[in-house]
Write a protein that binds this ligand. Structure first.
Ligand code: SF4
Length: 378
């Protein structure tokens, strides 16, 4: 099984008022030292194993300069066995993209661009504290095509402050009209101390009722079905053949190595996490202390549960035969009794070959997946 390589880039031009990712404000000098550390961490880890995806995530990886991206890709290629047709994704924010930079990223070896559009309505973007406008997002998409990107993904966020179902569907319609190859649809999730919470209280911005959030999800997917996209995961749709190969590793029991501050890795049943703070990470790579902050061997039960949690995120669901071969247990034989009520409610489907959630079941996936917790071993 080929690895996925994840490279974390923790820099952003400004910090969005809802963001809980591992990121900080951009600093040119820190960036230079950070890229050196990333290159060194990849060099040390390189063991010649096959790796068919590289993913620059963040933060805002498009704040790197194209030669830095080229250097890091080259480092991945020299340390691992990366095929010529590997998927190389760069997450990007619209305000960082010009035709010149996009052409540079393309020439550096990036094959797939994932653009954080979030909304195509200026009022919504402003309320989220995003730096770009809807016009800039459209411009960036057009420039990406001109630069030669044949695989472009857009992120959209739903259930935003003051957003109605009609507002959301306008963004979805406009996003589909732009013709990306892949779309990710996320629900805004506000962590407890998110500055956006205070702002919403101060300005009396409210969220649509829960029922509207469900309607937003289902209506968007139906609209995207009609536009020729195929849902393949709870939050992701793609034109056939344009599914995110890297992210599929997370949902289909794959293995990956994460490089950079706060990056997670999972390999051979072991999971670990790098130091989260940027300077501590750089110092650790230079020999100033341990790089890993958490490391643990997953138990057989944890691996089995996780394969079910993540596999059920996929529209294809969990392949019962493959699962039984790998974990020695047929998921329906083990959990069927507890899952039967969800089948009766139309939330889950099971057959000879698979167990999978229906679209309505995906809306309630958390409630359904609770069934697996602590039941792996009887
Ligand atoms: S651009 Fe993305 S990573 Fe950066 S602050 Fe905004 S949401 Fe967070």
């Amino acid at each position: 099984m080929s690895l996925g390589l994840y490279l974390h880039v923790p820099f952003c031009t400004s910090i969005c008022n809802y963001c809980n990712f591992n990121r900080g404000l951009f600093d040119q000098e820190v960036k230079g030292r950070y890229v050196d550390a990333l290159a060194e961490e990849i060099r040390v880890a390189g063991d010649g194993s096959p790796a068919d995806t590289i993913f620059f995530g963040g933060g805002t990886p498009s704040l790197l300069d194209p030669p830095e991206v080229a250097r890091l890709i080259a480092r991945c290629r020299s340390g691992f066995d990366v095929p010529l047709d590997a998927e190389v994704t760069l997450e990007a924010n619209p305000e960082t993209l010009t035709l010149e930079r996009l052409t540079g990223f393309r020439e550096a070896g990036v094959t797939r661009l994932s653009v954080g559009v979030q909304s195509l309505q200026d009022g919504e973007l402003h309320r989220l504290g995003r730096l770009h406008s809807a016009a800039k997002a459209r411009e960036a998409l057009a420039a990406a095509r001109r630069a030669g990107f044949g695989n472009v993904s857009l992120d959209l966020m739903m259930w935003l402050p003051k957003q109605t179902v009609a507002d959301w569907m306008t963004s979805v319609d406009e996003a589909a009209a732009l013709g990306p190859d892949h779309l990710s649809l996320y629900l805004l999730e506000l962590y407890p101390n998110a500055p956006l919470r205070d702002e919403m209280a101060r300005r009396q911005w409210s969220l649509a009722p829960d029922d509207d959030a469900a309607e937003m999800y289902l209506m968007a997917l139906e609209r995207l079905d009609r536009a020729g996209y195929r849902q393949y995961e709870i939050s992701n749709v793609a034109r056939p053949g344009c599914e995110a190969r890297h992210n599929l590793k997370y949902w289909s029991d794959g293995e990956w190595l994460g490089f950079g501050c706060g990056a997670h890795s999972t390999r051979r049943g072991v999971r670990w996490k790098n130091r989260s703070a940027t300077e501590e990470y750089i110092a650790a790579v230079r020999g100033g202390g341990p790089l890993r902050t958490e490391e643990r061997h997953l138990t057989a039960e944890e691996r089995l549960e996780e394969a079910l949690f993540t596999g059920l995120r996929l529209t294809a669901g969990v392949d019962r035969t493959a699962f039984a071969l790998r974990y020695g247990v047929d998921p329906w034989e083990r959990y069927g009794e507890a899952l039967e009520p969800f089948v009766d409610q139309g939330l889950l489907v099971h057959g000879e070959g698979h167990v999978r959630l229906t679209r309505e079941g995906m809306l309630l996936s958390h409630e359904i997946m609770v069934v697996f917790i602590g039941r792996a071993v009887r």
